[in-house]
Design a protein. Structure first.
Length: 260
């Protein structure tokens, strides 16, 4: 019996230690219980998805908005816009004036426009000349002459197009002539001096014809036809709008769209 006493004492101590360990483990919080195998403690459970989110909450990194900003804006004003959202407009030159330029073959062309009607004169100063008339509507040029047709467009400060004579055709470009003139002598175009002159009807009945283009640099180019033969036109005297050919005084007048 004395031999069993130490064994019973040892067994009783082991049972007591096991009971204490079990009670200690049950008393620990669930979030701090060690994982099996000695790993790191388990993370706390995430909040339930059923929790309702606050609609007025501001997400991280975002600035709060003022819901009353539109109400405080003065009546008749619009929210500020990006200055790059719209491009600045381009100034468009009026078509109601004189346009002077050249054809591909080197001839000079002048177009004068007034009240939607247009007159044009083309000459090379030697033998080629053409008179054309028609309209300019919405920037579209449509002119016709003897066996000739001229079409084109006016965009901004540039007129361009094509002239067809028989089977030949040439492209042209022209720029506005801003040569100013006194209101008392302005008879064609819009606020500019006349760019095209032609001999008067009386002179044409006498067997002469002729036309002149007044270039922006102050020079003139033209042709006079006498007995069916074209010759370079002498410059017009600006004081009298006249010149002398073979001893005959030729009087010219500004070409006004729609006058003939």
């Amino acid at each position: 019996m004395k031999r069993l006493t130490p064994l019973l004492t040892l067994l009783s101590g082991a049972v007591t230690a096991a009971v204490l360990f079990t009670m200690s483990a049950q008393a620990s919080p669930p979030g701090t219980q060690p994982a099996a195998g000695g790993g790191a403690p388990a993370a706390a459970p995430a909040p339930s998805a059923d929790v309702e989110a606050d609609p007025d909450a501001v997400a991280p990194g975002e600035e709060p908005t003022d819901p009353d900003a539109d109400a405080r804006r003065p009546a008749g004003t619009s929210p500020p816009t990006d200055p790059d959202a719209s491009s600045a407009g381009t100034e468009v030159t009026s078509v109601e004036q004189n346009w002077i330029g050249e054809l591909e073959n080197g001839a000079t062309i002048a177009i004068t426009v007034k009240d939607g009607k247009a007159e044009a004169y083309v000459c090379d100063g030697r033998s080629m000349e053409l008179w054309l008339s028609g309209t300019v509507r919405d920037g579209k040029i449509e002119l016709t002459g003897k066996d000739a047709k001229l079409t084109g467009v006016i965009r901004g400060d540039r007129a361009s197009g094509e002239m067809i004579v028989g089977v030949r055709r040439w492209k042209f470009t022209a720029r506005p002539d801003d040569t100013s003139a006194d209101e008392a002598v302005v008879k064609s175009g819009s606020g500019t001096a006349p760019a095209i002159y032609r001999v008067t009807e009386e002179t044409r009945r006498a067997g002469y014809d002729g036309g002149w283009i007044m270039r922006p640099d102050g020079t003139q180019i033209g042709i006079v036809t006498w007995n069916g033969k074209p010759i370079p036109a002498p410059p017009l005297d600006p004081a009298f709008n006249s010149t002398v050919v073979n001893g005959v005084t030729l009087v010219a007048e500004p070409v006004v769209p729609g006058a003939r």
